[in-house]
Design a protein around this ligand. Structure first.
Ligand SMILES: O=C([O-])CC(=O)C(=O)O
Ligand SMILES: [Mg+2]
Length: 207
């Protein structure tokens, strides 16, 4: 994972600041096992079933950026090996797309992280230019250019740009606290005792 989220997982980033971090719906998934990314959003709105906007975006996005693309959930293979190699050439960190992609085995081999709603071979047109830098709706949530995107095997979360520093500081603190909890649990403390949880159900008779 890149330094943009200091190596924190999507779940840690969310739990660090649940009132500000937004969660994409679980239909947006890593298309290969182990894919993870972190970086500022470069927002793209294209027309579902057409991928000219993606070819443009690869040429326009800054190095270190994550392409965040609204394609209206269209089940077409808008992105594949060719675009992944082109994106890597430009230093683009990964892709989050509310639509479909293909060539997922090749993207795993390239280690290019992609989060998408569909995997499908169906091809696209190349006729409709995109819009760049405006707010987009992806994974059921509104994402602005510059928001921090963090994706891994648990899904994709969005940290509004103005809250990144605070959220990552809280994430650091949460990881430190969880390290202490894990040490205590490995030493035999129950999670009920460690977190001072009082079950409301009487389980004394259950064996
Ligand atoms: O046809 C396209 O542009 C999508 C694709 O499969 C690739 O990038 O390899
Ligand atoms: Mg291809």
């Amino acid at each position: 994972m890149s330094d943009a989220a200091r190596g924190h997982s999507a779940a840690t980033v969310y739990e660090a600041s649940p009132s500000s971090v937004r969660v994409c719906d679980p239909g947006l998934r890593a298309v290969w096992a182990g894919a993870r990314l972190a970086g500022p959003a470069f927002t793209v709105r294209g027309i579902g079933g057409d991928n000219l906007a993606l070819h443009q975006a690869v040429a326009l996005a800054p190095a270190g950026g994550v392409l965040v693309v609204d394609l209206q959930q269209a089940a077409h293979g808008h992105w594949g090996e060719i675009l992944a190699v082109a994106a890597q050439q430009r230093g683009i960190v990964g892709l989050v797309v509310d639509g479909g992609v293909r060539d997922v085995t090749e993207m795993a081999t390239l280690s290019f992280p992609v989060f998408a709603r569909h995997v499908t071979v169906l091809g696209t047109g190349k006729d409709h230019p995109g819009r760049f830098g405006a707010a987009v709706r992806v994974g059921g949530t509104v994402i602005h250019a510059g928001d921090l995107i963090v994706g891994d095997g648990d899904g994709v979360v969005v940290v509004p740009a103005g809250t990144v520093t605070d959220t990552l500081e809280r994430a650091d603190a949460r990881v430190a606290a969880e390290r202490q909890a894990l040490a205590a649990i490995r030493a035999g403390t129950t999670t009920l005792d460690y977190y001072r949880l009082t079950p409301s159900t009487d389980t004394t008779g259950m064996r």
